[in-house]
Write a protein of this length. Structure first.
Length: 357
């Protein structure tokens, strides 16, 4: 393996620098908000749905410059953007889906976020609807008296989510309602984690450039019978990429050793240090209603604290979209996850198998 070099780019930052920085915050102006409101009313009058709507159906001419600025910040800047200024209260949920999709469509192209063909996903505590079984049906493996939940199932609970990346260039979250307590978003620069590990433990940093096997459980696979090898870190043409979810690695280790190689001690140590460094280098932010958060998965790890809803209208509801606005070139071997690795290629998202969730 070539000598590992620290990553040098604007996407390398410490959370204490970013928490109060304006560099990743953008706000919609009065003219843009009026334009969005007019477009919503016109689309509603025509009976349009967000699934079939085109950019011409929802024109936002004054947003085009801001959309380009957002794409640039995501790809060549900090890797995160918080778009503020929307007020959800005048709109129905259907209208909010419409305006959220219209704004996000200006940023990138949507990809599937689960094997049932969904694109826009409601992120909420589905356990409130029917208890733990409601969460488990989105992916659970028997484990003693409890269950091993897929990453997909964990997303739909009110529990904490560990630092991870999603299988798309950019994930966008639109806050429709916030919880009564908790639900903080934690954001961390993954190349900053890489650099810190390279400085502290270069041997462990090198271990994460080696293949680790991951399961497709909760993605295309409902049974945990498929797995694939992929490094946590990679670099191509000077650009860093990381794909990381410890849950998928742990799920793969539940398969027979004859089918999935074991994670070695050094790799487990590296994953432990990655988690420690992510906590050290991250910052926390709380969504306000109307906020839209964009995160570049190649350079950002994101996590979530546990939350609690109440019955007084504080039940957390986010709309999630997976998209690909820039599509950087990826290292050879990453086809196993992304399917296409050349710059500008349509890629990412969950392959469609027709298996219901």
């Amino acid at each position: 393996m070539r000598e590992i070099q620290p990553i040098s780019a604007q996407c390398v930052w410490h959370g204490r620098e970013m928490a109060n920085s304006p560099r990743w915050r953008r706000r919609l102006g009065d003219a843009q908000l009026a334009e969005i409101d007019l477009a919503v009313r016109q689309a509603r009058a025509r009976g349009l749905g967000w699934q079939t709507m085109t950019a011409d159906d929802f024109p936002l001419p004054s947003f085009s410059a801001l959309a380009e600025e957002i794409r640039a910040e995501l790809e060549d800047g900090s890797g995160i953007v918080l778009l503020q200024g929307l007020d959800p209260s005048p709109y129905s949920l259907g209208e909010l889906s419409l305006l959220y999709a219209a704004i996000s469509r200006q940023i990138g192209t949507f990809v599937y976020s689960n094997r049932a063909g969904e694109i826009m996903r409601e992120i909420r505590d589905v356990g409130r609807d029917g208890g733990r079984a409601a969460v488990q049906r989105y992916g659970a493996l028997p484990e003693g008296e409890g269950a091993f939940l897929s990453s997909y199932a964990r997303t739909l609970s009110n529990g904490a989510l560990r630092f991870h990346t999603d299988r798309c260039d950019v994930v966008a979250l639109f806050c429709v309602r916030q919880a009564a307590r908790g639900g903080l978003s934690q954001l961390c620069s993954s190349p900053a984690v890489h650099n810190a590990m390279l400085e502290r433990r270069p041997d462990l940093c090198a271990a994460l450039y080696q293949d680790l096997w991951r399961s497709r459980f909760g993605e295309e696979d409902a049974t945990n019978q498929s797995a694939y090898p992929l490094p946590v870190w990679g670099v191509r043409d000077g650009k860093f990429t990381s794909h990381y979810s410890r849950t998928y690695i742990e799920a793969a280790q539940r398969q027979p050793e004859s089918e999935v190689p074991r994670v070695n001690d050094r790799q487990w140590q590296a994953l432990d240090l990655l988690a420690t460094l992510a906590e050290e280098l991250c910052f926390e932010m709380s969504f306000a209603t109307g906020d839209i958060q964009f995160v570049n998965n190649h350079v950002i790890y994101h996590a979530r604290s546990a939350f609690e809803d109440d019955d007084q209208g504080h039940d957390r509801l986010l709309f999630r979209l997976w998209s690909m606005p820039n599509s950087r070139a990826l290292p050879a071997g990453h086809e196993v996850l992304w399917r296409a690795i050349e710059a500008g290629a349509l890629r990412g998202g969950i392959g469609q198998s027709g298996v219901p969730v």
